[in-house]
Design a binder for this molecule. Sequence first.
Ligand SMILES: O=P(O)(O)OC[C@H]1O[C@H](OP(=O)(O)OP(=O)(O)O)[C@H](O)[C@@H]1O
Ligand SMILES: O=c1cc[nH]c(=O)[nH]1
Ligand SMILES: [Mg+2]
Length: 208
Amino acid sequence: MAVFEVKHPLVKHKLGLMRHKSISTKDFRELASEVARMLTYEATRDLETEPHNTHGWAGPVEVERIKGKKITIVPILRAGLGMMDGVLDLIPSVKVSVVGLYRDETTLEPVTYFSKLAGNMASRTALILDPMLATGGSLVATVDMLKEVGCTSIRGIFLVAAPEGIERLQHKHPDVDLYVAAIDERLDENGYILPGLGDAGDKIFGTR
Ligand SMILES: O=P(O)(O)OC[C@H]1O[C@H](OP(=O)(O)OP(=O)(O)O)[C@H](O)[C@@H]1O
Ligand SMILES: O=c1cc[nH]c(=O)[nH]1
Ligand SMILES: [Mg+2]
Protein backbone atom coordinates (compact mmCIF):
# COMPACT_ATOMS: atom_id res chain seq x y z
CA MET A 1 0.00 0.00 0.00
CA ALA A 2 1.31 3.45 -0.89
CA VAL A 3 0.32 6.70 0.81
CA PHE A 4 1.03 9.82 -1.26
CA GLU A 5 1.06 12.95 0.87
CA VAL A 6 0.83 15.71 -1.72
CA LYS A 7 3.28 18.37 -0.58
CA HIS A 8 2.55 21.01 -3.21
CA PRO A 9 2.72 24.55 -1.74
CA LEU A 10 -0.81 25.37 -2.93
CA VAL A 11 -2.16 22.27 -1.19
CA LYS A 12 -0.38 23.18 2.06
CA HIS A 13 -1.56 26.79 1.90
CA LYS A 14 -5.19 25.94 1.20
CA LEU A 15 -5.30 23.21 3.85
CA GLY A 16 -3.81 25.70 6.32
CA LEU A 17 -6.69 28.08 5.59
CA MET A 18 -9.17 25.26 6.19
CA ARG A 19 -7.81 24.68 9.70
CA HIS A 20 -8.84 28.12 10.99
CA LYS A 21 -11.44 27.70 13.72
CA SER A 22 -13.72 30.46 12.40
CA ILE A 23 -13.71 29.56 8.70
CA SER A 24 -17.04 30.19 6.97
CA THR A 25 -19.07 27.42 5.34
CA LYS A 26 -18.54 29.09 1.97
CA ASP A 27 -14.74 29.21 2.32
CA PHE A 28 -14.49 25.67 3.70
CA ARG A 29 -16.59 24.34 0.83
CA GLU A 30 -14.60 26.18 -1.82
CA LEU A 31 -11.25 25.10 -0.37
CA ALA A 32 -12.35 21.46 0.00
CA SER A 33 -13.20 21.44 -3.67
CA GLU A 34 -9.95 23.15 -4.70
CA VAL A 35 -7.74 20.80 -2.69
CA ALA A 36 -9.70 17.81 -4.01
CA ARG A 37 -8.98 19.00 -7.55
CA MET A 38 -5.24 19.07 -6.86
CA LEU A 39 -5.26 15.65 -5.18
CA THR A 40 -7.10 14.26 -8.22
CA TYR A 41 -4.32 15.55 -10.46
CA GLU A 42 -1.86 13.44 -8.44
CA ALA A 43 -4.15 10.42 -8.12
CA THR A 44 -4.55 10.21 -11.90
CA ARG A 45 -0.89 10.82 -12.72
CA ASP A 46 -0.22 7.22 -13.79
CA LEU A 47 -3.30 6.64 -15.96
CA GLU A 48 -2.27 4.90 -19.17
CA THR A 49 -2.69 6.68 -22.50
CA GLU A 50 -2.84 5.37 -26.06
CA PRO A 51 -2.16 7.01 -29.42
CA HIS A 52 -5.17 8.36 -31.26
CA ASN A 53 -5.53 10.15 -34.61
CA THR A 54 -7.44 13.41 -34.80
CA HIS A 55 -8.00 16.19 -37.31
CA GLY A 56 -5.63 18.99 -36.37
CA TRP A 57 -5.68 22.54 -37.71
CA ALA A 58 -2.93 21.65 -40.21
CA GLY A 59 -4.07 18.11 -41.05
CA PRO A 60 -4.07 14.73 -39.31
CA VAL A 61 -2.22 14.65 -35.99
CA GLU A 62 -1.51 11.83 -33.55
CA VAL A 63 -2.53 12.70 -30.00
CA GLU A 64 -2.88 10.69 -26.80
CA ARG A 65 -6.03 9.71 -24.99
CA ILE A 66 -6.64 7.90 -21.73
CA LYS A 67 -7.06 4.18 -22.16
CA GLY A 68 -7.78 1.22 -19.96
CA LYS A 69 -10.09 1.02 -17.02
CA LYS A 70 -12.85 3.59 -16.80
CA ILE A 71 -13.07 5.61 -13.58
CA THR A 72 -15.91 5.89 -11.12
CA ILE A 73 -15.71 8.31 -8.23
CA VAL A 74 -17.16 7.16 -4.91
CA PRO A 75 -18.08 10.07 -2.63
CA ILE A 76 -18.90 8.91 0.92
CA LEU A 77 -22.00 10.76 2.16
CA ARG A 78 -22.20 13.34 3.40
CA ALA A 79 -18.81 14.99 3.55
CA GLY A 80 -17.41 13.33 0.41
CA LEU A 81 -19.88 15.37 -1.65
CA GLY A 82 -17.87 18.45 -0.72
CA MET A 83 -14.98 17.17 -2.81
CA MET A 84 -16.97 16.09 -5.83
CA ASP A 85 -17.09 19.33 -7.81
CA GLY A 86 -13.32 19.73 -7.72
CA VAL A 87 -12.78 16.18 -8.89
CA LEU A 88 -15.36 16.51 -11.67
CA ASP A 89 -13.59 19.64 -12.92
CA LEU A 90 -10.70 17.39 -13.99
CA ILE A 91 -12.51 14.17 -14.92
CA PRO A 92 -15.99 15.35 -15.93
CA SER A 93 -17.28 12.23 -17.66
CA VAL A 94 -16.82 9.74 -14.82
CA LYS A 95 -19.70 7.77 -13.36
CA VAL A 96 -20.56 8.60 -9.76
CA SER A 97 -21.08 5.74 -7.29
CA VAL A 98 -22.56 7.11 -4.07
CA VAL A 99 -22.26 5.35 -0.73
CA GLY A 100 -23.79 6.62 2.51
CA LEU A 101 -22.13 5.90 5.85
CA TYR A 102 -22.01 7.62 9.19
CA ARG A 103 -19.96 6.87 12.29
CA ASP A 104 -21.86 5.73 15.33
CA GLU A 105 -20.85 8.39 17.87
CA THR A 106 -20.29 5.96 20.72
CA THR A 107 -18.75 2.91 19.05
CA LEU A 108 -17.12 4.92 16.20
CA GLU A 109 -18.06 2.02 13.94
CA PRO A 110 -19.50 2.84 10.48
CA VAL A 111 -23.20 2.42 9.73
CA THR A 112 -24.09 1.99 6.05
CA TYR A 113 -27.39 3.54 4.93
CA PHE A 114 -27.09 3.98 1.17
CA SER A 115 -25.35 2.51 -1.86
CA LYS A 116 -25.92 3.18 -5.54
CA LEU A 117 -22.93 2.03 -7.54
CA ALA A 118 -22.18 2.43 -11.24
CA GLY A 119 -22.59 -0.63 -13.46
CA ASN A 120 -19.76 -2.99 -14.33
CA MET A 121 -17.63 -2.08 -11.32
CA ALA A 122 -15.19 -4.91 -12.08
CA SER A 123 -13.90 -2.97 -15.09
CA ARG A 124 -13.54 0.38 -13.32
CA THR A 125 -10.98 2.14 -11.18
CA ALA A 126 -12.78 3.51 -8.10
CA LEU A 127 -11.65 6.81 -6.57
CA ILE A 128 -13.13 7.07 -3.08
CA LEU A 129 -13.68 10.66 -1.88
CA ASP A 130 -13.92 11.69 1.76
CA PRO A 131 -12.29 14.66 3.53
CA MET A 132 -11.44 12.66 6.68
CA LEU A 133 -9.75 9.30 7.31
CA ALA A 134 -9.97 8.93 11.09
CA THR A 135 -10.29 5.41 12.58
CA GLY A 136 -10.55 4.07 9.02
CA GLY A 137 -13.83 2.27 9.72
CA SER A 138 -15.80 4.12 7.02
CA LEU A 139 -13.09 3.62 4.41
CA VAL A 140 -12.66 -0.10 5.15
CA ALA A 141 -16.45 -0.61 4.95
CA THR A 142 -16.56 1.24 1.61
CA VAL A 143 -13.71 -0.83 0.17
CA ASP A 144 -15.51 -3.98 1.38
CA MET A 145 -18.61 -2.88 -0.58
CA LEU A 146 -16.60 -2.15 -3.72
CA LYS A 147 -14.74 -5.45 -3.61
CA GLU A 148 -18.03 -7.33 -3.10
CA VAL A 149 -19.11 -6.17 -6.57
CA GLY A 150 -15.80 -7.12 -8.17
CA CYS A 151 -13.87 -3.86 -8.09
CA THR A 152 -10.14 -4.58 -8.02
CA SER A 153 -8.62 -1.15 -8.65
CA ILE A 154 -9.35 1.18 -5.73
CA ARG A 155 -7.77 4.45 -4.56
CA GLY A 156 -8.75 6.84 -1.80
CA ILE A 157 -8.53 10.65 -1.89
CA PHE A 158 -8.64 12.37 1.51
CA LEU A 159 -7.88 15.86 2.74
CA VAL A 160 -6.59 14.73 6.15
CA ALA A 161 -5.66 11.24 7.34
CA ALA A 162 -4.79 9.99 10.83
CA PRO A 163 -2.03 7.39 11.28
CA GLU A 164 -4.58 5.12 13.00
CA GLY A 165 -6.80 5.04 9.90
CA ILE A 166 -3.89 4.44 7.55
CA GLU A 167 -2.79 1.52 9.70
CA ARG A 168 -6.27 -0.01 9.71
CA LEU A 169 -6.46 0.21 5.92
CA GLN A 170 -2.99 -1.28 5.57
CA HIS A 171 -4.10 -4.21 7.70
CA LYS A 172 -7.46 -4.84 5.94
CA HIS A 173 -6.86 -3.67 2.35
CA PRO A 174 -3.15 -3.29 1.61
CA ASP A 175 -3.89 -3.10 -2.15
CA VAL A 176 -5.59 0.33 -1.83
CA ASP A 177 -3.43 3.43 -2.35
CA LEU A 178 -4.12 6.77 -0.68
CA TYR A 179 -3.69 10.37 -1.86
CA VAL A 180 -3.88 12.87 0.99
CA ALA A 181 -3.17 16.54 1.59
CA ALA A 182 -1.84 15.85 5.10
CA ILE A 183 -1.11 13.03 7.50
CA ASP A 184 -1.94 14.50 10.90
CA GLU A 185 -0.75 13.51 14.38
CA ARG A 186 -3.39 11.33 16.02
CA LEU A 187 -7.02 10.85 17.07
CA ASP A 188 -8.47 12.39 20.21
CA GLU A 189 -10.56 10.41 22.73
CA ASN A 190 -13.70 10.98 20.57
CA GLY A 191 -12.09 9.75 17.37
CA TYR A 192 -11.51 13.23 15.91
CA ILE A 193 -8.29 13.94 14.05
CA LEU A 194 -5.75 16.26 15.71
CA PRO A 195 -4.98 18.90 14.63
CA GLY A 196 -7.49 18.00 11.90
CA LEU A 197 -10.33 20.10 10.56
CA GLY A 198 -13.08 19.37 13.08
CA ASP A 199 -16.29 17.84 11.73
CA ALA A 200 -15.89 18.16 7.98
CA GLY A 201 -19.48 17.19 7.18
CA ASP A 202 -20.87 19.88 9.47
CA LYS A 203 -18.48 22.47 8.03
CA ILE A 204 -19.38 21.64 4.42
CA PHE A 205 -23.13 21.54 5.02
CA GLY A 206 -23.30 24.31 7.62
CA THR A 207 -25.03 22.04 10.13
CA ARG A 208 -24.75 21.95 13.92
O1 LIG B 1 -12.46 7.00 9.64
P1 LIG B 1 -13.71 7.06 10.43
O2 LIG B 1 -13.47 6.93 11.91
O3 LIG B 1 -14.75 6.11 9.93
O4 LIG B 1 -14.28 8.54 10.31
C1 LIG B 1 -14.34 9.23 9.12
C2 LIG B 1 -15.76 9.43 8.67
O5 LIG B 1 -16.44 10.32 9.57
C3 LIG B 1 -16.96 11.42 8.84
O6 LIG B 1 -18.26 11.20 8.44
P2 LIG B 1 -19.50 11.31 9.46
O7 LIG B 1 -19.73 10.02 10.13
O8 LIG B 1 -19.29 12.49 10.32
O9 LIG B 1 -20.71 11.54 8.48
P3 LIG B 1 -21.10 12.87 7.65
O10 LIG B 1 -20.18 12.93 6.47
O11 LIG B 1 -22.51 12.62 7.28
O12 LIG B 1 -20.94 14.06 8.55
C4 LIG B 1 -16.02 11.52 7.67
O13 LIG B 1 -16.54 12.28 6.61
C5 LIG B 1 -15.76 10.09 7.32
O14 LIG B 1 -16.75 9.52 6.49
O1 LIG C 1 -11.76 14.49 12.67
C1 LIG C 1 -12.77 13.98 12.15
C2 LIG C 1 -13.05 12.61 12.30
C3 LIG C 1 -14.17 12.11 11.71
N1 LIG C 1 -14.97 12.93 11.00
C4 LIG C 1 -14.72 14.24 10.85
O2 LIG C 1 -15.47 14.97 10.20
N2 LIG C 1 -13.62 14.74 11.44
MG1 LIG D 1 -19.68 14.40 10.06
